[in-house]
Write a protein that binds this ligand. Sequence first.
Ligand SMILES: CC(C)(COP(=O)(O)OP(=O)(O)OC[C@H]1O[C@@H](n2cnc3c(N)ncnc32)[C@H](O)[C@@H]1OP(=O)(O)O)[C@@H](O)C(=O)NCCC(=O)NCCS
Length: 209
Amino acid sequence: MILPESGRTTVSLMNKEHIHDVVTLHKEAYAGFTNVLFGDKYLFNFMEWFASNDHCISLVSLNDKLEPTGYVVGLPLSEREALKKRQLKWASIGLLRRPYLILHPTLVKKVFAFAKSKVFPIPTIRLEPRAGIVGLVSIAVSPSEQGTGVGKHLLASFEINAKQKRFDMMRLYVDSNNARARNAYISMNWTLLETDVESGSIMFTKKLK
Ligand SMILES: CC(C)(COP(=O)(O)OP(=O)(O)OC[C@H]1O[C@@H](n2cnc3c(N)ncnc32)[C@H](O)[C@@H]1OP(=O)(O)O)[C@@H](O)C(=O)NCCC(=O)NCCS
């Protein structure tokens, strides 16, 4: 497996020893996001899924003390439903432990948007064949390291891994308000394929073949 080095950043495969630090930096980078509300167990199991699954991609960037400064994870689209099912269990446990979260504005907004999408489904672009597509599910860089090139380094490494795993295409969703992430994908030559005006999320893709 070839993983590039640049300056003081090394990218390595994520292993179980990294997960605690990865969860901590995820909570800092995604402060206020729904998945952070579900608690540490939800996040730990989320990361573990990627780190222990050979056909997924899970990478960490490390500083010169070999401490994680960022991560990126992805999976074949065909496995998305299995991950969702597993995480639903951990999300429910998180909510049962802190039922007051049901009234959290972020969660209320999400539930409302989900219900609306079921009543008034929005036509979306389907990417076929799903088997050849890897979804970049999550990427984050520790806030103290953001803007220093770590994100681009992770994206370049993700792409190398996706090619080695013989995927044809990479795909991701990002909130249209997230200018920093949007710029990072554009600067790594991802193509904006679709904007979902209702949910405010944008789909980017990049062909690998
Ligand atoms: C999005 C994220 C992973 C990018 O990583 P990063 O290390 O900050 O980004 P980099 O330093 O590698 O910069 C990549 C590009 O982002 C853009 N960028 C960097 N800092 C920026 C800023 N303050 N504002 C706007 N764009 C910025 C630039 O276009 C840059 O490319 P360039 O150097 O060729 O101009 C990181 O900011 C992050 O963890 N954000 C919080 C979590 C998140 O939003 N994840 C993505 C959800 S889909």
